[in-house]
Design a protein around this ligand. Sequence first.
Ligand code: ADP
Length: 563
Amino acid sequence: MSRRPKRHHRLATRLLVAYAITFLLLMVLVGFVGNQIARDALSGQLIDGLERQATSLSRLIPDDDVQEWVETVTADDKIRLTVVATDGDVVADSRADPAQMENHADRPEIFEALNDGVGDDTRDSDTTGFSQTYVAVPTSDGALRVSVAESALEATLTQFRTRMLLVMGISGLVGITAVALVTRYLSGPLRQLSDTATAIAAGDLDREPPMSSIVEVDQVGKALAAMKHELASRLDSVEAERRMLDDLFDALPLGTLLISGDDVVYSNSTLRDSIATVPQRLKDVTPHRIQSLVHEARINGVMVRSDLETGVPERILHVVATPVTGSGQVLVVVEDVTQKRRVDAMRRDFVANASHELKTPVASILASLDAVRIASTRSPERVEHFTDLIERSAQHLSRIVSDLLDLSRLESTDPEQDQVALDRIINEEANRARDAAGERGVVIDVEVEPIEVIGSEPDLRLAVRNLIDNAIRYTESGGSVSVTGGHGAGKVVISVADTGTGIAQRHLHRIFERFYRVDESRNAAIRGTGLGLAIVRHVVEAHGGRVEVDSELGVGSVFRMIL
Ligand code: ADP
């Protein structure tokens, strides 16, 4: 069912129109009735006057020359006088010739006067042609009739009507002024109320509804004030809830983005960290692949996910787009998995490298065992050579396993927090290595200040030992290793310098990687595991420090642990 829209009018217009219509109807009615009453009253008066006049004149009718008397009496010309005989014949008339006039016995007023007493009538006269009022009274020999033109009443009536119109006009004006004043009195507070309601609707919740002197308007004002307070408290709780959700989403380690239609309606700060700026429109979201994931999720109504590579340095983002059922919105969750993927890759490489490293000595042992078996029957003097080979491979295998165990222990636990005298450890490790160094014709020189650090003694000892062992291992006979330790710029610096082979520049940035060796074809006697420096770096970084290396081929190397 359709309703016609209501037309809107201003209060003043409505009141004025209603007033004008009512007033006009009332005035038409009053005018009509008033006019009727006035006419009736006037004509009653006229008839009474004419009757009195007729009665007094009837006594004065002369016995003869009646026509002359009639003309004399009506000399002023306002009234007409007619004398009628008992049979209705006109004896005299002030306006016409009685001889020409017909019998008047059937005229209502004459008929009444001849039979009942006094008669009157108002009608158009046959003689004059105008509307006349007639009054007839009986006389001794017939009747006397006095008549006057109806128009004699009109002048008085017109005067009455003019006065009535004047009074109506004045009361109309007074009424309109009153309506205007009332409207003004009402519409002022109403307009203020409506302004306040509009302001509140626009969010100005500090606005108080004005108080007026009209009870009904004040009731609306009070209701508005109550509604405003209710609205404010609801807005507060909605705002608090929104803030809580914002905090919650901001605290999530995942970037979130809510897309509605073509607009980005929400994004949390984690996302803003991973996508620099978050635009307002979906078409501006980068990387662009996110847009196609959103479209895909929307069209198929299912969750879609993908890894995206972006930025310099390159980062890997794992993006999941989920359609929000029913709302047509799509929730995008972005996780920066760069580190995770890197660790995964490293782990895969590490397993592959470790397997390869372990396979080499095992293969060598197996081959040597075969050789031993054959040599034991054909040339027993060579058996010892092969068992030596087996022993060396087994020792290499054992070193790899022991280094791997060290690494895995270091990775799985945080270093202890003990007071460690680093100078003592350096001295002990240098002394321990001195025999091996002596055998290789290398001199060890130590110069350390007393150094106290907080950390794990076994781990720091392992790091120092690896550096000293490397320095001895990669230094030819006649060379020297110098270990120093001291404080500088608020830090502890331990350096192990040698006059050994040195390392080519291009290898320097990789030697701390696991299983990285500079020269694979190196003599098996000094073949390391490739894990020593990786262990050193891990220990130093776990203690909040860093490692540095300076080296020149053929001159020597300096390794520094800065804690
Ligand atoms: P490795 O067990 O092979 O010594 P490291 O991780 O200790 O493994 O060392 C990695 C590589 O760095 C070694 O293969 C070696 O070539 C080089 N290197 C380490 N220390 C020195 C040094 N003091 N002088 C020259 N080269 C070194």
